[in-house]
Write a protein that binds this ligand. Structure first.
Ligand code: DGJ
Length: 731
């Protein structure tokens, strides 16, 4: 709900469990007052939220009241150049070279529906407040948008700059700015590397600026566009936590600054390293959206708010169940022929898969990573016919057919490069910079986009029902010579806009195709990509022990249904480690499920075992997709991992527990569930026990003694029908 108190010029945004208050000061500046647990409102904001200036902090321009310093009051959007020395949200350079701007309140509108940011993914629906501000020094207008999602306890923010005067250059423009009162906070982010994505990183915020960012023209393996701050001491289950999520897939930045008085400012938006956007007369520039959620139920509560928000308001509404796949990559790499494919397809059917995915190597003359990207023509010799024949073989085996593509790339050794050497991203005078022996296509060039539309249309219409869209390197030289010199610094953002345009085209044109996003694993696992491709290949690392950490970290921000997880062979290709097949399958069951191995190399027992996991997954799929996640045991903190998924009606729960390293004489271990209906009786399917919810939550289940490394157990709880529990509960 959004309300406005005319007397105090005070906006109150509220959801079921949060309130967010800000006020228009008499001078026209916006002052942030409160963000936290829901409150009824305040009668006297000045008295309730007194301000204090600090030595060396300047006053507001033209305002004698020295209490109000732009450097010390909490604000809604911090603008560079007029006395706020903390991190700014907006930095402009005007035609005369000056960088000072002075935005003051003009008015507001509340509308029942929201619009979206131009050409970018956006949350759906929601009552929206638009606050208009005008620069007293120019013809620039700044509009701050706030959309409120009451049930999900979220605010979605974006900002728009409109210019009716001389050109300006935008050097920094954040999607949000959020100021918090003095206190002790931790900062939490998801950092990592290739094959080790989204590792939670938490530490106390101390005075100064903490930054997570990507300058790779992709959200990156290294840092995820998610950020949180929590009250020091907040745990997984309790305490105040604020989560911030950018809906953006390119270079980004999230900053948390703790100032001299202990207050904290969090800002986030398009990365500003090298960023510069020219805004001419009549132009507008819109930031990507950012979601802000609040929970007093710890990091777990914050995650559940984000999961609900993403599932209900961002992921495609018509999204399909993730099919159980067999993917050819770890089974065959680039080396296959028609016989091998036929064997993989028959094997996939034997394992209970629903779809066979033909990964890299099916096009041009590609037999390793040195050639053919861009030549999207099937290699008929290698496939033993065209794609249609592979699709037909899949159909005959009861499977749908999926295919891998990497449309944003071009190999030097390709027909496409030979005919269009100027289509790759490059800097004249330098040899084009290669990475994984490939170059990036200049998507900013409309001819390149047209080529991709027509060449991929020809592929996607050949009986394909699943597409894995990969991206295996980052952009080094951010230049497109199709842009005039004064706009070349806009490349990074324009690349992402061009990418979104293509994703929009393909997902609209092929509504029946299931799209899986991938960037060398989870190198672009962000809310922007999830808007188009609701499932991402979480990591190239399929080692079950490492996957516990990767999937656990990813769940801080993203619902389990967005993570694609496959069972692969052992020793694992990334780590050389051997883990039991059961553990690999149990860990993979927490999301989209599949296999990435050669069925011909499995024993009959292993095949039979894998078939049971495919059957189990079909039963679990909707629970995993829609349920609430509880992280029960933290693999970063000890020797165990456990995640529970609970249906919204609390009637079904599923938990996966992994014990990493065995030791002689281990201590007794228990598993305490969370969120269950304490007054209900649950059947534990795996053990046949009937136990009350309060027992499972408070006393917990005794866990088996681990014997051997990397063992796992699953626990599937079902509420017993009334009467079935009589005389059988454990109290
Ligand atoms: C990187 C992906 O993450 C892998 O799964 C596989 O598709 C390879 N690319 C193929 O080149």
């Amino acid at each position: 709900m959004i309300s406005y108190d005319e007397r105090q010029k005070l906006f109150h945004l509220s959801g079921e469990r949060f309130s967010y208050l800000f006020q228009v000061l008499p001078q026209g500046y916006l002052r942030h007052l409160y963000y936290g647990q829901r409150i009824g409102g305040v009668q006297d904001a000045e008295e309730m939220f007194p301000v204090r200036a600090c030595s060396f902090s300047p006053g507001l321009p033209g305002c004698g009241d020295s209490r109000f310093s732009p450097d010390t009051f909490s604000c809604e959007f911090s603008v560079y150049g007029a006395g706020d020395f903390r991190e700014c949200s907006l930095l402009l350079e005007k035609e005369d070279g000056t960088r000072t701007a002075d935005f003051r309140y003009e008015g507001y509108e509340i509308s029942p529906e929201k619009g979206g940011p131009d050409g970018m993914p956006a949350f759906r629906g929601g009552e929206t407040l638009a606050v208009r501000l005008k620069d007293t020094l120019s013809s620039l207008r700044l509009v701050l948008y706030y959309t409120v999602y009451e049930e999900e306890n979220a605010i979605v923010r974006r900002a728009v700059l409109q210019n009716t005067g001389p050109s300006v250059r935008i050097l920094r423009f954040m999607s949000f700015c959020s100021d918090f009162p003095a206190g002790n906070y931790d900062r939490i982010s998801l950092n990592g590397a290739y094959a080790a994505e989204r590792m939670p990183d938490r530490a106390p915020l101390s005075q100064g600026v903490y930054t997570v960012s990507s300058t790779r023209c992709a959200s990156s393996h290294e840092h995820n566009p998610f950020f949180a701050i929590s009250a020091t001491g907040a745990s997984e289950e309790w305490g105040e936590v604020y989560g911030f999520l950018l809906v953006y897939s390119g270079s980004f930045v999230m900053r948390a600054e703790k100032d001299a008085l202990g207050g904290v400012r969090v800002t986030g938006g398009i990365g500003d390293t090298g960023f510069c956007w020219r805004l001419d007369k009549g132009g507008r520039f819109c930031t990507p959206e950012a979601a802000l959620v609040y929970s007093c139920e710890g990091t777990g509560g914050m995650s559940r708010e984000l999961h609900d928000l993403l599932r209900r308001r961002l992921l495609p509404q018509s999204r399909k169940e993730t099919p159980i796949v067999l993917n050819s990559w770890e089974a065959a790499g680039f080396s296959y022929d028609a016989n091998k494919l036929a064997s993989l397809i028959r094997g996939a059917a034997e394992l209970g898969a629903e779809c066979f995915v033909l990964d890299d190597g099916w096009f041009g003359s590609r037999s390793d990573d040195t050639s053919s990207l861009g030549d999207w023509t099937p290699n008929r010799r290698k496939l033993g016919g065209g794609l249609e024949s592979v699709a037909k073989l899949c159909r005959e085996n009861g499977l749908s057919f999926g295919i891998w593509v990497e449309p944003e790339m071009i190999s030097k050794n390709s027909e496409l490069y030979r005919s269009h050497p100027d289509w790759c991203v490059r800097c004249k005078g330098l040899a084009p910079i290669e990475s994984r022996r490939q170059l990036v296509l200049d998507l900013v060039n409309p001819a390149v986009r047209e080529y991709l539309r027509s060449s991929l249309d020809a592929i996607f219409s050949q009986g394909v029902s699943y597409v894995k869209w990969d991206m295996n390197r980052n952009v080094a030289e951010e230049i497109s010579y199709t842009l005039p010199p004064e706009r070349r610094a806009e490349f990074g953002h324009r690349y992402i806009l061009a990418l979104y345009e293509l994703l929009d085209y393909f997902t609209r044109k092929y509504p029946d195709i299931f799209f899986l996003g991938c960037a060398g694993g989870g190198g672009r696992y962000d809310a922007g990509m999830l808007y188009y491709f609701p499932v991402q290949w979480a990591s190239d690392n399929t080692d079950a022990a490492d996957r516990c950490r990767i999937q656990y970290g990813g769940s801080y921000a993203y619902p389990l249904c967005t993570s694609d997880n496959h069972v692969s062979s052992c020793p694992n290709l990334s780590t050389g480690r051997t883990t039991p097949l059961k553990t690999r399958a149990d860990v993979a069951s927490l999301g989209g499920f599949g296999a990435e191995l050669d069925p011909a190399k499995l024993s009959e027992e292993e095949k039979a075992e894998l078939r049971t996991y495919a059957v189990r997954q079909k039963k679990l799929r909707s629970l995993i997709a829609e349920g609430d996640v509880f992280r029960l045991k933290d693999p970063f903190a000890g020797n165990e991992f456990c995640m529970e998924v609970l249906s919204k009606d609390k009637k079904t729960a599923y938990a996966v527990w992994v014990h990493f390293f065995a030791a002689a004489n281990p201590p007794p271990m228990r598993l305490r569930f969370r969120g269950l209906d304490k007054a209900a009786c649950y059947l534990v399917e795996e053990t046949g026990q009937r136990l009350m919810g309060d027992v499972l939550v408070n006393a917990g289940l005794p866990l088996p003694l681990p014997y051997g490394d990397f063992i796992s157990e699953t626990f599937t709880l079902k509420v017993c029908p009334k009467g079935a529990e009589e005389g059988k509960n454990e109290r």
